[in-house]
Design a protein around this ligand. Structure first.
Ligand SMILES: [Zn+2]
Length: 245
C-alpha cells in the first residue's frame, strides 16, 4: 500500500461528486482498479486529458486499504485522439473496454491482456483497420487469453471432417456432433480464426480479408464471447446502431 507509479489505461470514466471523476484504470501490476481523480473536471485543458477515457500514461496512485485508489498525478503518454474524435471508433472502444472488465473483473493483474488491448486500440486509432476486424480480433484474442481458446482442430469424436463451429463447446465440430448453438464456417473465416488464436501477440492484426469475411468473423467471435459471458452489453447495441447510421 502507499504511493505507487503504474502504467495504465483508463477504460471507464464517470463524473463523481462535485468536479471529480471516478475512473477504472487497467494497470500493469494491479489489473483493473477503481480510482478517484479529485478536481479532474476543473483542471485546465492541458491536464483534462489525464482523466479521460482511453488515456494511457504513468499514474501516481495512492493505494489505501479502501478499494478505491487516489490519482495523485498523471504523466500522459497517449490519448488516442483519433478514437475520441470518431463516434464509431469511440463506441467500439467502449464495448471493448466493457468486455475486458466483464472477463477480467477488478484487481486481477493481466499484463498480456493490457498489451493486447493497447495494440487493439492503437490499430483502430492509427492503422485504420476496419472496425469489424478490430472487434473480431479482440473478442477472439480475449477469449483465448482468458482460458477459452477455441478448439480449431479435430471434432471431439475424432472426426477430421469438421464443418461448423459449436459455440457451447468452443470447438469445430463434424456434421453429426453439431449442436443447435453452432454455425457453418467458411474456409476463409476458419483460416482467420486460426491465425488470430495462434499469432504472436504483436502480429494479431497482420492478416488480410474483405468486408464480407470480417463481418462473418465478427458475428462468430461475438456470439462465442456472449455465449460464455452470458450477458448483454448496452455498449454493443449502441455500437451497432451507430455503425449502421
Ligand atoms: Zn464429431
Amino acid at each position: 500500500m502507499g504511493t505507487v507509479r503504474e502504467h495504465g489505461l483508463i477504460i471507464k470514466q464517470n463524473d463523481y461528486g462535485d468536479g471529480h471523476r471516478m475512473l477504472n484504470i487497467f494497470t500493469e501490476s494491479y489489473g483493473i482498479i477503481r480510482a478517484v481523480s479529485y478536481g479532474a473536471k476543473r483542471q485546465r485543458n492541458s491536464s483534462a486529458a489525464s482523466s479521460q477515457f482511453m488515456c494511457f500514461g504513468e499514474f501516481d496512485l495512492y493505494l489505501s486499504n479502501r478499494d478505491i485508489a487516489n490519482v495523485n498525478s498523471v504523466s500522459v503518454t497517449e490519448t488516442f485522439t483519433p478514437i475520441t474524435e470518431d463516434i464509431v471508433k469511440l463506441s467500439l472502444c467502449t464495448y471493448l473496454a466493457d468486455i475486458t472488465y466483464a472477463m477480467l473483473g477488478e484487481n486481477n493483474p493481466d499484463e498480456r491482456l493490457l498489451k493486447t488491448l493497447l495494440n487493439t486500440v492503437y490499430a483502430l486509432a492509427y492503422r485504420n483497420e476496419a472496425p469489424d476486424k478490430v472487434k473480431a480480433v479482440y473478442e477472439l484474442r480475449l477469449m483465448t487469453i482468458e482460458g477459452y481458446m477455441p478448439n480449431l482442430g479435430v471434432c471431439g469424436c475424432g472426426s477430421r471432417e469438421t464443418c461448423a463451429f459449436d459455440f457451447d463447446k468452443g470447438s469445430m465440430v463434424c456434421r453429426s456432433c453439431r449442436g443447435k448453438n453452432s454455425t457453418s464456417v467458411s474456409a476463409g473465416v476458419y483460416k482467420a480464426m486460426y491465425y488470430i488464436t495462434q499469432a504472436e501477440d504483436k502480429r494479431i492484426f497482420s492478416f488480410t480479408g474483405n468486408d464480407t469475411l470480417f463481418k462473418e468473423l465478427e458475428n462468430i467471435s461475438e456470439r462465442y464471447l456472449l455465449t460464455h459471458i452470458d450477458r448483454s452489453f448496452r455498449s454493443l447495441d449502441y455500437y451497432k446502431k451507430i455503425k449502421d447510421m
